[in-house]
Design a protein around this ligand. Structure first.
Ligand code: NAP
Ligand code: GLV
Length: 306
């Protein structure tokens, strides 16, 4: 069995060592132009040339959960495309989103500013019932996030393409129920995949439907958000703030207004990192299952886009 590794922006040596240790019977190679055909591939942002040359792949494993960039390429029809299925990301996403929600709800930034000015000021308590959180996308990550938020007793709404029943989460689904979902939410968490249907889904119209004093947490993809619409709603006061981990262009260009906006908190696409060892273990388990002719979880529906 031959495995080609082609991950742009990733130091290959520890991945190659990990894959070779886990699959001693396989030939694991860093892909180079003109390489012989492989059976499986491990990829992130590969060049089009990779798929133009590797036409016999049985399966392609992305080392992330989102496959929007991969699906823009011309792909070999022989292969299945497999995304990371949690692999340690869900708990990271839950801690990131809960942190952002609680930081906003408990006004930790307000207290930090007070303390930095030498002010000992106790502000009136806010009521959890006034901060319903809406989670857009109830997949591997969104479900974990929604459930984590219920442990802090926030009212939680969830929106997905197909109906979902999750303990403590009020479910909405489909385009017809998007407005009702937004109108029931004050804090909006985005965990949708980026597809033709979800591109620009957080815009002036949709964000205006959140409760006054709404708050946006975008941890999925930058192109879900219309940047100027967010800025306009922050400046009008309809939105109280935003925590953003993902951006249309990454790294965020130095002149972008998000950098210095007083109501925006940013991190550099770090909310749920790929954990190498856990990811290798997951991919190796799936390769073994495929070799036995078994079905595996995490296969991307390329027509649906996720
Ligand atoms: P997933 O398991 O594929 O779940 C996607 C969810 O979105 C599903 O609940 C799906 O509904 C829903 N959905 C898709 N299209 C929809 C539509 N048109 N309308 C309503 N709901 C729709 O994905 P995941 O593993 O949770 O990951 C979500 C995204 O997070 C990834 O695609 C990636 O972009 C992002 N991500 C970001 C980071 C980071 O560090 N910032 C890390 C990992 C992932 P159904 O359940 O009905 O199919
Ligand atoms: C990261 O953004 C991922 O999709 O895994």
């Amino acid at each position: 069995m031959k495995i080609a590794f082609c991950c742009t922006g990733t130091e290959p040596a520890p991945w190659l060592a990990g894959l070779r240790a886990a699959l001693p019977q396989a030939q694991v190679e860093l892909w180079q132009a003109g390489a012989s055909p492989a059976d499986y591939a491990v990829v992130w942002a590969p060049p089009q040339q990779f798929f133009d040359e590797q036409r016999q792949l049985k399966a392609v494993f992305a080392i992330g959960a989102g496959v929007d960039a991969l699906l823009k390429l011309r792909l070999p029809s022989s292969a299945s495309f497999v995304r990371l299925d949690d692999a340690g990301m869900a708990v990271q996403m839950a801690e990131y989103v809960c942190h952002a929600v609680i930081r906003h709800f408990r006004e930790f930034d307000v207290y930090a500013a007070d303390i930095s000015q030498g002010h000992w000021t106790v502000h009136p308590s806010q009521h959890r019932a006034d901060f319903p959180v809406g989670v857009m996308g109830l997949g591997v990550l969104g479900q974990r996030v929604a459930q984590a938020l219920t442990h802090f007793e926030f009212p939680v709404n969830g929106w997905s393409r197909t109906p979902k029943q999750l303990d403590g989460v009020r479910g909405f689904h489909g385009g017809d129920q998007l407005d009702a979902f937004l109108a029931a939410s004050r804090i909006l968490v985005n965990l949708l995949p980026l597809t033709a249907e979800t591109l620009g889904i957080m815009n002036r119209t949709t964000l205006s439907r959140l409760h006054p004093g709404g708050y946006v947490i975008n941890v999925a993809r930058g192109a879900h958000l219309v940047d100027d619409d967010l800025l306009a709603l922050l400046d009008s006061g309809h939105l109280a703030g935003a925590t953003l981990d993902v951006f249309r262009t990454e790294p965020l260009p130095p002149a972008h207004p998000f950098w210095h906006h007083p109501k925006i908190t940013m991190t550099p696409h770090t909310s749920a990192r790929t954990l190498r060892e856990t990811s290798i273990a997951q991919m190796v388990g799936k390769i073994a299952a495929l070799e036995r002719g078994e079905r595996i979880a995490g296969i991307v529906d390329t027509s649906r886009g996720y």
